[in-house]
Design a protein around this ligand. Structure first.
Ligand code: PEP
Ligand code: MG
Length: 589
C-alpha cells in the first residue's frame, strides 16, 4: 500500500453523533481575487453605486437563506442570519467603506477588503467567544459582497452532485445552511467548538460532524476516502478495510437494532420482571423536543437553559425566556420538564454575560454561585420558568450546589419570584417542585442535609467525576483517568441515592454516564429512579433495561468489591450486557 494511502486518524470534537463514510469534498476558502485599482474622482459615484447594489443583492440573498433555513429547520437556527443582516445594515461599517473610497481613491473591492480586515482583526484578537463569532460573520458577509461586486454567485456547495463528506477550514453559517442532507453525509472542519454556529447547525440537521481538527483541510484532498465518527470526534482518512469493516458491522447492527427499537418507542422501560426506571431526555434547545418524541423518551430530565441564549447578543428578557420554556413545556405535557437554572461558567460561557477571566473556571464563579450573586438575572429566569409552569408540568433544578446555604438562598429568591407573580395575578404552579444537581463531592457527602429542602436530586456525573477524580473533563490528555466506574464515584452515587430515599425523595442521573447502555444495569442496581440522556441514547438503554431481570442488577452491585479497579467493574458491567443484550454490547464496543 503506498504510504500516502495509509489510514490516518484525526481527533477533534464530535458535535453531532453518527457515522458517515464516503469521498471527501474539500471546500477551499473561495476568496474572490481582489484586483487593486486606483480610481479617479469622477469614478467615485459609480463605485458607490456598485457598492450599494452589491449590498442590496447581499441583503436579498441573506433573507432568502434565512427563510429557507426557517422553513427547513426552525426560527432559532434562522436567527443566526440576523447577525449577518446586521453587518449589511451596519451604518458605521458601510460609512467607513464610503469614507475610504473618497480618501484613498482605490476601487471599492480594495477598500471593502481593507475595512473588513481591520474589523476582523480587532474582533478576532479579543478573548470573547461571541465577538470572535462576529468576526466570522463579517468575513462571511464580506465574501458574499465581494462575490456580488464581481457579479458571481456562490456555487460551491449548491452545485454538489454526488454524496460526499465536506472538509473545510471552517464553515460559515450560510454554507452550513446550504448543506443538502441528501448529498452531504457529514463534515469535518479545522476550526470550531461545540458552541460554534456550525456545531449548532450540524445538530439541528442531525449530520455527523467533527470540528476543531486543526489541520484536516491541509491533510485531506478532494476524493480521499473518509470515515467520520461524530460521536467520538474521529476522522479516518483512507480508512483501512478493518476500520470500514468494524464501522460497517457496527452500522448494520445499529440499523437493525434501531429498526427493532423503533417498535419499542411506546413500550415502558422496565425489566423482564417489571421493575420500572424512567428514561428521560437531556435537551439544549426547544427544537430538540422532536428528537425526544422520535426516540421515545419520557419527559425531560435536564433542559440546559444556557444554550438557549447562544445565538443572541443580549440576555433574553423574561418574556423571551418564558416563551422558550413554555414552548417545550406545552409540547411535552403531560410529561415533566426539569428546567435547570443557568449553569454558565466552566466550559459554557455566554457572550451576553461578561465574567472576568479565571484561572480555574470549572471551580470558579459559575452556575448557582453566579446566579446568587446576580439575583436580578436569577429572578428573571425563575419568573420565566414559573410562568411556563402554568402550562404543563415543570420542575426547577439548581446546578453546582455545594452547601445548604446556597439551597436556602436560592429557595428564598424563588419565593420572591412567586410572591411577585401572585401579586401581579400571573398564574403559575404553586406546588412546583425543586431539585438539586449533585455534582460537587461536598453535596454528595452531605446529601442527607440537603434532602429536606427539595423534592429530588439529579446526579451531574460529568462534573462529579471531574471534581472527585481531579480530572479536567475537557482535557484530552487525561481522558484515561476519567472513569465513571471508579469506586469513589460509585460510592458517592450510592450514598446520594440512599440519602434521598431515606428522606422520601428520588434521585436521577443526568450526566453522560446515564446514557451509557453498559452502565445501566449498575445504576439500576444502585437504586437510581431516573436516567436522563441525549435522546438518541434512549432506545439503546431501553433495550438493555428490558433485557434484564432486576436481581441481575442487584447481583452486579453486590459483586463490586472495594478492592476492584474501575476497569474491573466496567468489565463486569460489559459482561452482563454482552449476555443479556448482545447487539447493544457489540455496538458500544
Ligand atoms: C453534569 O455535570 O453531569 C451535567 C449534566 O451538567 P453539565 O454537563 O451541563 O455540566
Ligand atoms: Mg454539570
Amino acid at each position: 500500500m503506498p504510504e500516502a494511502d495509509r489510514e490516518i486518524v484525526l481527533r477533534g470534537v464530535g458535535v453531532c453523533p453518527g457515522v458517515a463514510s464516503g469521498p471527501a469534498f474539500l471546500l477551499t476558502a473561495d476568496e474572490v481575487r481582489v484586483v487593486e485599482r486606483t480610481i479617479e474622482e469622477r469614478e467615485i459615484p459609480r463605485e458607490i453605486a456598485r457598492f450599494e447594489e452589491a449590498l442590496i443583492a447581499t441583503r436579498r440573498q441573506l433573507l432568502e437563506i434565512q427563510q429557507r433555513v426557517g422553513r427547513a429547520l426552525d426560527q432559532e437556527s434562522a436567527s443566526i442570519f440576523d447577525a449577518h443582516l446586521l453587518v449589511v445594515d451596519d451604518r458605521s461599517f458601510v460609512e467607513e467603506v464610503l469614507r475610504g473610497l473618497r480618501a484613498t481613491h482605490r476601487n471599492v473591492e480594495t477598500v471593502l477588503r481593507g475595512v473588513a480586515e481591520r474589523y476582523v482583526e480587532a474582533l478576532a484578537g479579543l478573548d470573547d467567544d461571541y465577538l470572535r463569532e462576529r468576526a466570522a460573520d463579517i468575513k462571511d458577509v464580506t465574501r458574499r459582497i465581494l462575490h456580488n461586486l464581481a457579479g458571481q454567485t456562490k456555487a460551491t456547495l449548491e452545485g454538489l452532485k454526488d454524496p460526499c463528506l465536506i472538509v473545510a477550514g471552517d464553515l460559515a453559517p450560510s454554507d452550513t445552511a446550504m448543506l443538502d442532507r441528501e448529498r452531504v453525509l457529514g463534515f469535518a472542519t479545522d476550526l470550531g467548538s461545540t458552541t460554534s454556529h456550525t456545531a449548532i447547525m450540524a445538530r439541528a440537521l442531525e449530520i455527523p460532524a467533527v470540528v476543531g481538527l486543526h489541520d484536516a483541510s491541509v491533510r485531506i484532498s478532494t476524493g480521499d476516502p473518509l470515515l467520520i465518527d461524530g460521536g467520538k470526534g474521529l476522522v479516518y482518512v483512507h480508512p483501512s478495510p478493518e476500520t470500514l469493516d468494524r464501522y460497517g458491522r457496527l452500522e448494520r447492527v445499529h440499523r437493525r437494532l434501531i429498526a427493532r427499537l423503533d417498535q419499542l418507542r411506546d413500550e415502558p422501560a422496565q425489566t423482564r420482571d417489571g421493575y420500572m426506571v424512567n428514561l428521560a431526555a437531556n435537551i439544549e434547545m426547544p427544537h430538540d423536543v422532536d428528537a425526544v418524541f422520535r426516540h421515545g423518551a419520557h419527559g425531560i430530565g435536564l433542559f440546559r437553559t444556557e444554550f438557549l441564549f447562544l445565538t443572541r447578543d443580549h440576555l433574553p428578557d423574561e418574556a423571551e425566556q418564558a416563551a422558550a420554556y413554555t414552548e417545550v413545556v406545552e409540547r411535552l405535557a403531560p410529561e415533566t420538564v426539569i428546567i435547570r437554572t443557568m449553569d454558565i461558567g466552566g466550559d459554557k460561557f455566554l457572550s451576553s454575560i461578561k465574567t472576568p477571566p479565571e484561572l480555574n473556571p470549572f471551580m470558579g464563579w459559575r452556575a448557582i454561585r453566579f446566579c446568587l450573586a446576580q439575583p436580578e438575572v436569577f429572578l428573571t429566569q425563575l419568573r420565566a420558568i414559573l410562568r411556563a409552569s402554568a402550562r404543563g408540568r415543570v420542575k426547577i433544578l439548581y446546578p453546582m450546589i455545594s452547601n445548604v446555604d446556597e439551597v436556602v438562598h436560592a429557595q428564598r429568591i424563588l419565593e420572591q419570584a412567586k410572591t411577585e407573580l401572585r401579586d401581579e395575578g400571573v398564574p403559575f404552579d404553586e406546588a412546583i417542585e425543586t431539585g438539586l444537581m449533585i455534582e460537587v463531592p461536598s453535596a454528595a457527602l452531605t446529601a442527607e442535609q440537603l434532602a429536606p429542602h427539595v423534592q429530588f436530586f439529579s446526579l451531574g456525573t460529568n462534573d462529579l467525576i471531574q471534581y472527585t477524580l481531579a480530572v479536567d473533563r475537557v482535557n484530552e490528555r487525561i481522558t484515561y483517568l476519567y472513569e465513571p466506574t471508579h469506586p469513589a464515584i460509585l460510592y458517592l452515587i450510592r450514598r446520594t441515592i440512599e440519602a434521598s430515599h431515606r428522606a422520601g425523595i428520588w434521585t436521577g442521573i443526568c450526566g453522560e454516564m446515564a446514557g451509557n447502555p453498559v452502565l445501566a444495569p449498575l445504576l439500576i442496581g444502585l437504586g437510581v429512579d431516573e436516567l436522563s440522556m441525549s435522546p438518541n441514547q434512549v432506545p439503546l438503554v431501553k433495550e438493555v433495561v428490558r433485557s434484564l431481570h432486576y436481581h441481575q442488577t442487584e447481583a452486579l452491585v453486590e459483586s463490586v468489591r472495594p478492592s476492584d479497579s474501575a476497569g474491573d467493574i466496567l468489565e463486569r458491567c460489559a459482561a452482563l450486557v454482552r449476555e443479556t443484550a448482545p447487539d447493544v454490547a457489540q455496538l458500544t464496543g
